[in-house]
Design a protein around this ligand. Sequence first.
Ligand SMILES: [Zn+2]
Length: 148
Amino acid sequence: MSVQVHSSIDGTAGRDWRMAIGRGLMGRCPHCGEGRLFRAFLKPVDSCEACGEALHHQRADDLPPYIVITIVGHIIVGGLLMAEKYAEWPMWLHMSVWLPLTVVLSLLLMQPVKGGVIGLQWAMRMHGFSGEPARPERQPGASVAPRP
Ligand SMILES: [Zn+2]
């Protein structure tokens, strides 16, 4: 007789969050690492083509852009300040380096970061990745709290 333990302090319960994030960063299914995670630039597949894991539960929402803004902001602002301190760049050079670099880095990072966020959500069993509905439907007519 075997007993499966479905609880852990961090909620991952046997799912390696580092591996799941790594697979997501590579655009692969966080469960098997084989199937593609995205069917378009930022559009995840509904389920993994390799293992069948349901991936439509993901709710990455605004987190990937926040993370990308933080990363790109540190690179661009840091680089700009270094260029200002150690080189005397004319304004046209600043504009022709930092603006395109901001756009390119943001586009390059967005999909991997979103994949990593989905991998983390999968590992943490968030938003229905636990196998249970994320938001149970309320019964019609049921009130959340009695009115005073
Ligand atoms: Zn898979």
